[in-house]
Write a protein that binds this ligand. Sequence first.
Ligand SMILES: [Ca+2]
Ligand SMILES: [Ca+2]
Length: 188
Amino acid sequence: MTGSATAYLWDLLNAEIVTLLDDDSDGVPDTLGTVFASAALFPGLLEAGTLGSPALGILVTSTNSGSTISLNTRHTKLVDGNADGVADTSTTYRLKDVITFGPLFLESPRPDDTVVEVRGTVDSTVEVWESDEEGNRITLLGSASIVYETSSAVIALTGPLEEGEFLVLRDLTLDIKSNPREVVPEEP
Ligand SMILES: [Ca+2]
Ligand SMILES: [Ca+2]
């Protein structure tokens, strides 16, 4: 399996995670390998077993744009810190530690606004540009880094926004752009 991703079997009966070996490299695992993590070190594997059978715990990443995901929910990962094939520690991570998205306008930009609130990938630098209707960048109006705690940033602009102009957000770090957004007055 050199050079390919390791496959794992979560053995609910014995509360352990075992590596799977693809002996003939055809992409289908053939034999059980070594124990990667056992309940002796990670009691959480026992609790997972009480989910019942048939059941398998999986981390679902939804690509459905209509669904709501929580960026702050903690997930557990088992880490093999010294690369000997056996997990040593468990730690938690948040969804925002591992996904990239955005950038998005948090609030609709309004005439006379001097800041734009955006949401985006943690630690990315996001720029606000005046653009044309298609989102082609014309003038840079401001930039800021996405703050970890809030997954957002308040970007100060070089001047107040004007009705009818278009804005586009650009994540400089990931090189991705938002759709253009027109600056319009708030509906009464
Ligand atoms: Ca095989
Ligand atoms: Ca290890």
